[in-house]
Design a protein around this ligand. Structure first.
Ligand SMILES: [Zn+2]
Length: 493
């Protein structure tokens, strides 16, 4: 018997898609192009249509149809996942009284506002009481998001971003990785100690903008279905099926920043631009988990973009668009510019090797905060201790320490692990891709077409699945942190 409820749900899904498209265009405009004096009006449009969008999920007819669709059965695998996601959202929504919801949202935006002030003044005391409130809310919220397989309050948030993952799973992945990274950091630095000190020369924004377009073309971002704009904090946005946009930020004094933002955000969009029809037809486009999205952005940024084999291609583009010192630079010098490992304080400036340490540290702290094993007033001290222990550096103040990222202060707990998991998935995929393709040779030729075809057929096609199922489908094996450690050993040791 066909699922009648599913059929009746289609107009609701289509309305959501149209509104999502519109909201995407508006928010992209606000972040990049909108003239100063229209921003308020556009923000007003965003909240008006945002409310329309949210109203669909609360519509009693929609809710009843979702429940009927589950009962009537006969759903394909994508429909099953979609309906289960909606049922979960509905069950959470039904548990939160409206006044609570408003109170919580207010507390989170107030805390974020105070974080900005506290960070500017390098004064933790300004944000502490507001952050305490947010952490209390999240400890309370964890009950609402609890699923039968969860064992700790933190699991509730982890599985919002990585469906099916628990802190037990993540501990098993992060513990050996942490030991490896901390244990080998001295050796890695020692190996690079004979590298000449780096001298980065300035390049104009116009030259860097030309380079950005050439970089996007080199990695096969489809410019007929996307654009590049400038913004404060680079991001990408899959606005619609044929509209995946990227942004960057130009620093005249360091061309590397924009180069790797462009490749990273381009990598995200390449995934979005290559989803198969099946995902759109079943409304599961965009269901890919956060770690899964980070897998592909980092695959392009690091595994391809920071490799020895692809360095000649990048150097040639720099020679063409930036000229200057690149004209007589050799490939090895260029490679060193983009792969230097440092004991750094700031996550977003960190190198490929130490990046995961910045993440594991945040993971351990947020896990303990939500599980009430760490209190807010002890957080800055715990942060500094871990930086000393993991990276051998201590922040001179809390703005360069515990207050550097916005995530926690806006109420995003459970998201950080995704950044590191993406690196691990990427290395595992590389291992299996190399069985099918002459990966290094292709990079050396600058020919990424077979790599994209492989990703499209073997990986993107399944990325609407939960992460555990997806990695099994792509590589035939569960997440195995050994591949990433092997990759790092080969490259840095
Ligand atoms: Zn990203």
């Amino acid at each position: 018997m066909p699922n009648e409820a599913m059929k009746k749900l289609q107009p609701f899904f289509e309305k959501k898609e149209r509104l999502g498209h519109l909201l995407g265009l508006l928010s992209f405009d606000v972040e990049t192009t909108a003239p100063e004096k229209t921003i308020e009006a556009e923000n007003d449009l965003l909240s008006f249509y945002g409310a329309e969008y949210a109203a669909i999920n609360k519509d009693p007819e929609f809710i009843a149809l979702v429940k009927q669709a589950k009962e009537q059965g006969n759903l394909n695998d994508a429909e099953t996942l979609l309906i289960d996601d909606l049922l979960f959202d509905i069950s959470v929504m039904e548990k939160i009284p409206m006044e609570k919801y408003i109170e919580w949202s207010k507390a989170e935006s107030k805390c974020e506002e105070m974080w900005k002030k506290a960070k500017a003044a390098a004064d933790w005391g300004i944000v502490e009481p507001y952050f305490k409130k947010v952490v209390e809310i999240y400890r309370e919220k964890s009950e609402l998001y609890r699923l039968p397989f969860h064992k700790t309050p933190y699991d509730s948030f982890l599985s919002l971003y990585e469906k099916g993952q628990t802190e037990e799973d993540v501990n098993l992945i992060f513990e050996p990785l942490k030991r490896f990274l901390v244990g080998n950091l001295d050796k890695v630095l020692e190996k690079q100690s004979h590298w000449a000190p780096e001298k980065i020369l300035p390049h104009s924004q116009d030259d860097q903008a030309r380079l950005s377009i050439d970089l996007l073309k080199a990695i096969q971002y489809d410019l007929s279905r996307g654009v590049l704009r400038e913004t404060e904090h680079p991001f990408s946005n899959n606005i619609a099926r044929d509209d995946c946009r990227v942004t960057t930020h130009y620093y005249e004094n360091d061309w590397r920043s924009s180069m790797f933002s462009v490749i990273h955000e381009g990598g995200h969009s390449i995934q979005f631009q290559n989803w198969p029809d099946y995902q759109f037809e079943n409304h599961v486009d965009g269901r890919a988990s956060a770690a899964l999205c980070e897998t592909h952005s980092r695959f392009y940024e690091n595994i391809i973009g920071r490799s020895h084999c692809f360095a000649p291609t990048l150097l040639k583009l720099c020679q063409k668009d930036l000229g200057g010192e690149f004209l007589d630079m050799d490939e090895e010098t260029f490679y060193r510019f983009i792969n230097r490992v440092k004991r750094s304080l700031i996550r977003t400036d960190s190198d490929e090797y130490t990046y995961c340490l910045h993440i594991i540290l945040r993971y351990e702290l947020e896990r303990d905060l939500i599980n009430a094993k760490l209190e807010v007033e002890d957080l800055p001290k715990a942060w500094n201790q871990k930086y000393e222990e993991f990276l051998g550096v201590v922040p001179p103040n809390d703005s360069l320490g515990v207050m550097q990222d916005t995530h926690w202060f806006g109420g995003a707990f459970g998201y950080f692990p995704s950044y590191a998991l993406g690196n691990l998935y990427g290395a595992q995929i590389l291992h299996y891709m190399k069985k099918d393709l002459p990966f290094d040779e292709l990079l050396a030729k600058g020919d990424l077409t077979p790599i994209l075809t492989w990703l499209r057929e073997k990986d993107f096609a399944y990325d609407y699945l939960d992460p555990k199922e997806w990695i099994l489908k792509v590589t035939g094996e569960s997440m195995n942190p050994e591949y990433f450690m092997e990759y790092l050993s080969e490259k840095y040791l």
